[in-house]
Design a protein around this ligand. Sequence first.
Ligand code: GDG
Length: 713
Amino acid sequence: MQLIVVSNREPYIHKKAGSTISVEQPAGGLTSALDNVLRTVQGTWIAWGSGSADREAVDARGCVRVPPPSPSYTLRRVWLGQSETDNYYAGYSNRVLWPLSHVTLDRVYYTKRYWESYRKVNRKFADAVIGELHEDSLVWIHDFHLCLVPLFIKETAPSATVGHFWHIPWPDWGTFRILPQARDIIEGLLANDLLGFQIPLFAKNFMNCAQEALSAVIDPERGSVVYNDHTTVLKAFPISVDFDSFQTMAASKKEYSIRHLKKQLGIAGGYIGIGVDRLEYTKALLKRLQAIDLFFDKYRSFIGRFTFVQIAVPTRLSEPYISYKRSVEDMIARINMKHAQGSWKPIVYITTKVEHHDLALYYRIADVAIISSVYDGMNLVAKEYIASQVDEKGVIILSEFAGASEELSGALPLNPYDIETFAENIKRALLMPAEEKRSRMRALREHVRSNNLSKWTDDFLQALESCRERPRRERDGAFLFFDYDGTLTPLVDDPRSAALSKSTRDLLAGLRSVYPVAIVSGRTLFDVMNMVDLRDILYAGNHGAELWDGQRVIIGSDGPVDPQAIRAFLQEITPAMAGIPGVMIEDKGVTISVHYRNVDGRRRQDVVERFRHLADAYRNTLSLVEGNMVLEARPRTVWNKGDAVAWILRTFGAGRLPLYVGDDATDEDAFRVVDQAGGISIGIGMKTGAPCYLESQAGIEDLLSWLGQTGNP
Ligand code: GDG
């Protein structure tokens, strides 16, 4: 196996100071974890070359062997110009996708040039991947900067195995749809074979977005999405930290290092609190500071007895981060001025990067760690704190909106918007009995120890490997769908006489043992089941509003169905059509149909106009569907044929290839769903929108017998 890791940030940065070039490893658990994996399997890492001496260190292809001094894998650098850094990175990634995913919508700032640059840079990354691909490659892409890379790779190399891990939250469709390129981004990600999220909620949100944005066929039980004949597996892989490394770093500290650090921080005694964050508005530093201020206002006895150490390293150096940094600093200065006593001040603020082995010591000495994110994919600081708590005396206050809160049930939960309870929680954490602190921390440590970073990488890579093992076209065979009138039977003047011929019924009966079969009709469910009269097949009636799943009747609807509106409509349409000979009004319970096949040709337009006029008055509750010589009013919330087909596929046919045969405008919705699922739509007559067609209904029996003979259409 050849592993190709793709990320925006690189694992090694070459920097120049005077005439000397040095190599740095950026801080962060993730880069070092993936670095360890690549050192073992010896693959390639593709990333943006952002260091001042990066170009000098590489060969003509942009590659350098790392890590120094004994290299074991290749780092291939992608070069970005200033305008790309501004528009793709600082723009579309950090000012659009980041705030959108964290539901801080007032911070979303979008312009067209951001998107153009994002596409261009994603193309560059994809080209670099394609240049490295081998037969046995596994491609592992990271995060929101590279959503289009999977699609661009697959366009050139459809058989590549590509996985993507999304480190930040994925919001619901109501939020995501504000993105002008919502569909492009989702489509890009659906080219992956595996798409990993931090927690199941984010995977579920993505699945809903795929369904809403692209009518992709989703299978919540199996956790997969089928779009354009391609299956993407969605799964939660909660990221973690290198437990042993933090534990060892923390435990190795001697008493004198602890004393030295406290002295350096100006902490003479009492309790210590810690916050470690990139200087980032989603981490809610201002809310945290407000709560600390309130805590000191309310509990004066802690003045001089509780010091909060905030490490906040700026990582993004443009707006809105510049203003945010200023607000944080102003607030800290105000709180320190308000509560300081003698040489003691309540908040120690550190803005320079703290090395990892020192960070472990900060974590170890802290009685409480505060994580107050308004939204966070996971939050590694929470797990690093736990791994470093070798004395088991600390308490963690953790936002309910950080992914980590799903797993870390021993933490004190926090709603960062509730400042008063936040302040109470600080008191509760500090005054918690030692025994309770110990038992909570012990359980938390056990959890992080057994769910550590290497488990995360192993789980993801194993899942990706099994995507490769899956056959490319994951099809268990076909799933056949037929409309009834005009498809299985010829169109006739009186729908009651459209009986199914014995030969067609026999052919359908034969197909049942080869494929799952569903009949999807505009007739009522009861009516179409009677007409077809075959067991062991599925039925959808009323254009998808009623379904028979083999055992029970289901009303297909996306919301409550108001029976009053359709009754009122019937009351009005009956007299409206009274003077027109040949009109037949059919009360189908959930819906009302008006058939006008038998109306004199010159009066048909009149029928349609009267119907449309009345339907317009009901437009808030009812929708109008125009079929072949039939008009139908139906509650807006009930399913159409496409919705019914999508539901049947999801419930009974995930992985199957849908084939749909229909003749009517109302079949168009089903054609669309089938096309999205990579299936085959066949229209009867050339006027339908289906890409394949039978010249006339007379050909249906030939098609049925051909389907019976072939194993896979
Ligand atoms: C994204 C998601 C998800 C911070 N200051 C220093 C320092 N750090 C390190 C911490 C920790 C990391 O930065 C921060 O990790 P987080 O998880 O809190 O957050 P993001 O950077 O926003 O990361 C997040 C993560 O991806 C992984 O999937 O958990 O939800 O937003 O490792 O230790 N490290 C050092 N010195 C510092 O001063 N050495």
